[in-house]
Structure formats: C-alpha cells, structure tokens
Ligand binder design. Structure first.
Ligand SMILES: NC(=O)c1ccc[n+]([C@@H]2O[C@H](COP(=O)([O-])OP(=O)(O)OC[C@H]3O[C@@H](n4cnc5c(N)ncnc54)[C@H](O)[C@@H]3O)[C@@H](O)[C@H]2O)c1
Length: 277
C-alpha cells in the first residue's frame, strides 16, 4: 500500500473509462476521493469517496468541490475530436475553472493531456517533451492550451502541474499504432499515484506509454521527477496486431494516427514540420 495523500483528491471525469479505473485503483490504496462528472457515476461509490454530478462549465460548483483538496486529477471533458464549439466549454472554460480552484486551494493539477498535442509529428521522428506543439485537431489544440494554461498558473501563481501526454490507454492494444502508443491501465494508475505524491514537480510533462519496444517516438520527459517507470508492454501483442494498419497514408505518417486524418483537406502531402533554427 502506498502512502495516501494528506488531503482529499478531486477527480474529474470520474464516470469515464479512465476515471472509473482510477477511482477503483486509488480507493483501494485508501485515498479520499471527491469524484465528479456530468454523467452519473455508473459503479458503486467506494468507501472514502463521494460523487457530485457537475458540469465543468459551472465554475462555482468546481470551486466548492475543490475546497480542502491537495490535488486535482483532471480527466473530465471531451475526449475525442469534435467541432470547436463542442470542445470550447468543457475543455477550455472547464479547465480555467479547474486552475482557478487549484490556485485558491494551492492544489497540484494532474492534467490528462494527450499525444494529440503533438499529433502532426512524423512517426520517423524521436521527440522530447519540449518539442513544438503540432496539434492534430481542435481536441489536441484544447489539450495544448491546457498545458500552456498550467504553465501560466505555475509562473504566475505557483500552481504545480503534471501534464500526462497519454498515448492510447485501453485495457489492451487493438491496432498496430498502439504497439507503440499503448499505456496499460496499471501503468497509468501507478503514474497518477506518483504524480500526486512526488515532492516537487513544478510543471512536468510525462509521455503516457508503457514500456513498448516500438515506442521510438517519445523521449526526455519528467518521469524521473515524478518517480515513474512503466512496467507493462504491448510487445506480446505484436504478432496479432502488426498488420492491423489503416491503409491511409496520412494516418500512418503521423503520430496522431486517425485524428490526423479526420477532416483532413490538403491535396498535397504537407512538408516536414518546420524546425526553428
Ligand atoms: N483513453 C485514452 O487513451 C486517452 C488518451 C489521451 C488523453 N486522454 C484523456 O484522458 C481523459 C480521460 O479519458 P477517457 O478515455 O476516460 O475519456 P471518457 O470520454 O471516457 O471520459 C471523459 C469524461 O468527461 C466527462 N465530461 C465530458 N464533458 C463534461 C463536462 N462538461 N463536465 C463534466 N464532465 C464532463 C464525460 O462524461 C466522461 O465521463 C480525457 O481528458 C482524455 O482526453 C485519454
């Protein structure tokens, strides 16, 4: 059993796939959780947890929910590519409410960012966490904005953040891309525990992928700072999934995969990403 944080932890997006998994994992460690989501919580509420149904657009309720919390694990919001007007409320205004709450409570934010912040980097590249943002849609753009908001709150208000650039977090990998980008549920749970308990994180970025030998894309992040090493691997799935590719040259060229192809309207292939001198 790991140490439990001294103060309650607010977990948004609790009713989603990762929220439900983390609720179970963190409750089993004895953590006191405040769960919230716009959708009712579908499971039994574990001991030490309370659920409040709320919209991230409702800043007053978010402030109230965060009262007394030492950390906010922020998973709530739109989690796939959608029109700009659908994304802006939950993912931009909602995020502002989370950071205002964190500022008031002097709480740390663990933000579920995404590989789609850098989706238009090519799969032949190896990039560090300081690579330029190349979002592959409005969703990825909202996550990049979220990371920038976190940096602003650190420099201006001392709010610490860990930005988890999650690859593909599912019970199992299901296609060839995920042989690189897959993050197992237990690896995510261990990562989130470290992000909350680590001493000083300032603003750290961690690539959210398991120990997959095909993950040649992402390097140089804050995993040492938070004290996390992935333990699982997609490698055992390689035999069954290596041939499961989309056949779409845009999807297969870029790290963001299918999100890059959604609504793509260039006639000619894009030039390689501009690299500042
Ligand atoms: N699963 C992955 O592979 C992956 C990859 C990259 C990033 N992420 C991020 O991790 C987080 C969790 O992912 P997930 O797979 O569990 O997604 P999910 O869609 O299952 O969960 C998101 C939750 O946010 C809630 N939500 C949406 N709008 C809301 C609003 N206005 N107010 C309050 N709650 C609202 C939804 O009801 C849902 O329960 C998301 O932020 C997602 O962008 C996930």
């Amino acid at each position: 059993m790991s140490d439990a944080p001294a103060k309650p932890v607010l977990l948004t997006g609790a009713s989603g796939n990762l929220g439900r998994m983390l609720t179970k994992a963190l409750s089993a460690l004895g953590w006191t959780l405040r769960l919230t989501d716009i959708t009712p919580f579908p499971d039994a509420i574990p001991a030490g947890a309370a659920f409040t149904r709320a919209d991230l657009n409702d800043g007053v309720t978010i402030l109230r929910l965060a009262e007394g919390c030492g950390a906010i694990i922020h998973l709530g919001g739109i989690s796939n590519e959608q029109p700009f007007e659908t994304i802006i409320g939950p993912n931009i205004r909602g995020l502002f409410h989370i950071y205002e709450a964190a500022r008031r409570e002097k709480a740390r934010v663990v933000f579920a960012s995404s590989n789609h912040t850098i989706g238009f980097h090519e799969r032949t590249e190896t990039i560090g966490a300081d690579a330029q943002f190349l979002p592959d849609g409005f969703y990825g753009l909202s996550k990049a904005y979220g990371e920038l908001m976190g940096r602003m709150y650190w420099y201006k208000h001392g709010v610490e953040s860990v930005f988890l650039r999650i690859g593909s977090c599912f019970p199992e990998p299901i296609d060839a891309r995920m042989l690189a980008s897959w993050l197992s549920y237990p690896d995510l749970a261990r990562l989130v525990v470290r992000c909350v308990l680590a001493r000083d994180v300032q603003t750290s970025v961690v690539w959210g992928a398991s120990d997959n030998s095909r993950m040649t894309w992402w390097r140089d992040d804050g995993r040492e700072t938070v004290g996390w090493t992935p333990q699982d691997s997609a490698d055992p799935y390689a035999g069954q999934l290596a041939g499961r590719v989309s056949g779409d040259p845009v999807q297969e060229r870029y790290m963001g995969g299918g999100f890059c192809g959604m609504g793509y309207s260039r006639d000619e292939p894009a030039p390689a990403p501009f690299k500042p001198a």
